[in-house]
Ligand binder design. Structure first.
Ligand SMILES: [Fe+2]
Length: 466
């Protein structure tokens, strides 16, 4: 694959929303409408962090449920601390509220495993702190011109902080999944499959497409700039790999056969004695799982979740395929062959609705494959957004022309071969924190995140469909 940087205008079309009202790009909203929209997004994030922390008692909030995670009370005050630093101090130019706690909630200074031993704010203090910060942040939002500086233009810093809070909500949801005990979170089941007998894969002919964005106002630095990428012909699975299909790999001895595993993957599997996805257990001749305190059979038609990159890669090798690169994933998601342009989302430029994708913790699980026909991409690929994060084979690297913004620690310090890119968001990702261009990254050993995958393969001229 080759990648050539050039200036590309991936301007977003003006569209009507599904409810008939105007759905205009953020940068075309009046300041008043942009403020109202931003306040609504911040409120939604706060409603969720409050619900996730109110769901358990104080003892549970300060406890570390896994060495991989922070105590929930750390996440809560960290959300407030970042909001204070960016919105109250930087954007608002106001006096610090609690400069004494900056260090405690600096994720770079304290790895997760050590956080419980810090003199953290207690539950009621943390709740009072985030409320006070939010009052001041709203005052700043009311009084700050949403133009001029890069951090205030189109309310960027507010959008960044809303995404940050929602990302921590997803992390807190992962902590809930690791927590022992009776269920404390409840949500309706996702919709059933609407379409069945989908083809196994979609063939995408060779060609260029526009990857990344230069115009999405709340896109983060690593999604920028838009650049043209040539992608060889490939085939990609129409849906994520399901629990039933993954169980075939497990039952075929996939975890005991080094042929399917990379050296690193095999070493990791062996050292930790891994024999199935995290939270799976074999009982009575079938696979069961624990999901937010509920013990239930692994559903056949839901995308598999809680697998590491190493496991995804081994499954793909067993299936005679490979993982997609992130350029392949993004082309499958955004490229519209009829117009030659890249859309914001698989279904078009409109923001996600509950008919498009399983997002926002509306359901506490992925939806069966075929549940979101309205979310299909122009190329015919389903459920790219929502349900499960999808591992790609790509290392987390900067795009050509990358500029760190607003600070190096957001993305730049993570670039390199250590992290793999995940795409598309999960049932636990809020719509504000997922786009067709959004890039997540994590270590290839991580399994507590809501990650699954789909496979891809090379196709050659002369193959059917090319
Ligand atoms: Fe954070």
């Amino acid at each position: 694959m080759t990648s050539v940087h050039r200036d590309v205008d991936d301007r977003i079309d003006f569209r009507e929303s599904s409810d008939g009202g105007p759905r205009r790009p953020l940068r075309e909203l009046s300041e008043q409408d942009l403020r109202a929209h931003t306040a609504e997004v911040l409120d939604r994030a706060r409603g969720r962090s409050v619900a996730l922390t109110d769901a358990v008692d104080d003892e549970d909030l300060v406890k570390q449920h896994s060495k991989l995670m922070s105590p929930l009370v750390w996440d809560l005050a960290h959300i407030g601390s970042q909001e204070e630093i960016w919105l109250v101090r930087d954007v608002g130019g106001r006096e610090p509220l609690r400069p004494d706690i900056d260090d405690l909630y600096d994720a770079f200074q304290h790895p997760r495993a050590t956080r419980p031993s810090l003199p953290l704010l207690g539950p009621s203090e943390a709740r009072g702190y985030v409320e006070e910060v939010r009052r001041k942040a709203f005052d700043v939002l009311e009084r700050t011109p949403l133009s001029g500086r890069d951090v205030t233009r189109t309310a960027f810093a507010f959008g960044m902080i809303a995404q940050h809070e929602q990302q921590h909500c997803e992390t807190m949801l992962a902590t809930h999944q690791l927590r022992k005990g009776d269920p404390v979170l409840h949500a309706p089941a996702p919709p059933p499959a609407q379409v069945r007998d989908l083809p196994d894969e979609v063939v995408v002919p060779a060609g260029s497409f526009v990857m990344g964005t230069s115009v999405e106002p709340w896109a983060l630095d690593n999604e920028r700039p838009a650049h043209e990428v040539f992608v060889d012909a490939f085939a990609i699975d129409t849906t994520p790999v399901t629990g039933a299909r993954y169980a075939e790999f497990v039952d075929d001895g996939g975890y005991a056969d080094p042929r399917w595993w990379s050296d690193d993957g095999w070493a990791y599997r062996s050292e930790h004695g891994i024999v199935a996805p995290r939270f799976w257990r074999r009982e009575g001749g079938r696979w069961w799982r624990t999901r937010f305190g509920v013990y239930e059979p692994v559903p056949d038609d839901e995308p598999v979740v809680h697998v590491s990159y190493h496991e995804a890669e081994a499954f793909a090798a067993w299936a005679g395929k490979r993982l997609p690169t992130e350029a392949e994933w993004e082309k499958a998601a955004r490229y519209d062959p009829a117009t030659g342009r890249s859309r914001r989302y698989p279904w078009g430029d409109d923001d996600p609705t509950p008919e498009h994708a399983n997002l926002g913790q509306r359901h506490l699980r992925p939806a069966p494959v075929g549940a979101y026909p309205r979310g299909v991409s122009a190329l015919g690929v389903h459920q790219l957004i929502g349900d499960v994060w999808e591992w790609t084979s790509s290392d987390f690297r900067p795009y050509p022309g990358f500029v760190a913004f607003p600070y190096r620690e957001y993305s730049e310090v993570f670039f390199g071969p250590e992290y793999k890119v995940l795409r598309g968001g999960s049932f636990g990702s809020d719509p504000v924190a997922v786009r067709g261009t959004f890039r997540n990254w994590d270590l290839p050993i991580r399994r507590q995140i809501f990650a699954g995958f789909r496979c891809a393969r090379d196709v050659h001229p002369g193959d059917a469909g090319v």
